[in-house]
Design a protein around this ligand. Structure first.
Ligand code: PLP
Length: 362
């Protein structure tokens, strides 16, 4: 690692694999022999076609998606999906089930309600400040879809596995854990993920949609908000965010060729989160905020004995080259986001720092 780079625990935009950043630097002035930067080439060129097609192919291989799935790149972030999903899938008379497991789920619910779409909140962990993932949920047999936030970035909880929804397709917000582990695509109707947490820079949202979901989309939706506009044109109805998609492609290549796939990535992520959680469990000074069985392997949220100490902790850590440890502004406390690109060495360095901070302040 270059000496002037920090260990980056930011929640998003977040750390990218250093080799990917270097590859971007190498190719930045002259992309693939074109004599132009990736930020200068036409999205209608063969160069960019190769980039987007490779990104799609790698996504399908990594997630083991069959031919029914389409991979799209859409702007507007994960937040725009909150409105597009009910707009596209809830025609007259149809309703959807939502689980409310934190800030992002609540926003997804609100955006459906704003459109007067009937949504049923079938589970919520609001009673305990969203510190757990609800269990034994009763889903509606006639729901059009079930919406879950796979990983709750702010509260530090994660669905360890997805519940049985019968024949109702799952719609998953995987913004902060896509590509962190293998998934069972059998139940999936749609996955969306803002790239800036785990797979790239800000500016693009990856959307994976099963083709039968596209059959009932109403005609009277504005083109830019309609999934079929993107499926018909390989995400290039208008100018796509070329640079963001290119970076995503490089991250996916890194996942396949350097990491060796999602089983390997999951094992590394398990090791990183174990390092932190096992340490909390041996300490009276640091307290994890999520219930044990709901702990996130991506966003590790914790508290120190008081807020003054938390401030000092975050500031001192930064001086030691450990950045981004402040909790989300809405909840306070501390958070270490340990996405795919954060290294085991980085997490070990953090745990060492936490031990020495405890011995000086505990
Ligand atoms: C960050 C985040 C969002 C919002 O993403 P934007 O791309 O900023 O709209 C939505 N859901 C989850 C789970 C997130 O972590």
């Amino acid at each position: 690692m270059q000496t002037n780079r920090i260990y980056n625990f930011n929640a998003g935009p977040a750390a990218l694999p250093e080799s990917v950043l270097e590859e971007i630097r190498e190719s930045f002035l002259n992309f693939d022999g074109s004599g132009m930067s990736i930020t200068e080439i036409s999205h209608r060129s063969k160069w960019f076609d190769d980039v987007i097609n490779d990104a799609v192919a790698r996504t399908k291989r990594l997630l083991k998606l069959d031919e029914r799935f389409r991979v799209l790149f859409i702007q507007g972030g994960a937040s725009m999906q909150f409105c597009m999903i009910p707009m596209n899938f809830l025609a007259d008379g149809q309703s959807a089930d939502y689980a409310d497991t934190g800030t992002w789920s609540s926003k997804a619910i609100q955006e459906a309600q704003l459109q007067n779409k009937p949504v049923k909140v079938v589970a919520s962990s609001k009673d305990k400040n969203y510190s757990y993932i609800p269990k034994e949920i009763e889903f509606s047999a006639d729901a059009r879809y079930v919406h879950l936030t796979s990983n709750n970035t702010i509260k530090g909880t994660q669905w360890a596995g997805f519940p049985d929804t019968g024949s109702v397709p799952l719609v998953l917000d995987m913004s902060s854990d896509i590509m962190s582990r293998p998934i069972d695509s059998d139940k999936i109707g749609l996955i969306y993920a803002g790239a800036q947490k785990n797979i790239g820079p800000a500016g693009v949202c990856m959307v994976i949609v099963r083709d039968d979901m596209l059959e009932t989309i109403p005609d009277n939706i504005p083109s830019m908000l309609k999934y079929t506009t993107y499926t018909a044109k390989n995400s290039m109805y208008n100018t796509p965010p070329c640079f963001s998609i290119y970076t995503v492609q490089l991250v996916l290549k890194w996942l396949e060729e350097t990491v060796g796939g999602l089983e390997k990535m999951e094992a590394i992520n398990q090791k990183k989160s174990d390092l932190l959680y096992n340490f909390f469990d041996s300490s009276d000074f640091y307290q994890g905020t999520a219930e044990l069985s709901s702990r996130s392997k991506m966003n590790v949220t914790f508290r120190l004995p008081d807020e003054e100490l938390e401030k000092t902790f975050v500031a001192l850590a930064m001086q030691e080259g450990l950045g981004g440890l402040k909790g989300h502004r809405s909840v306070g406390g501390c958070r270490a986001s340990i996405y795919n690109a954060t290294t085991i060495t980085g997490v070990e360095t953090l745990v060492d720092f936490m031990k020495s901070f405890e011995s000086q302040n505990g």
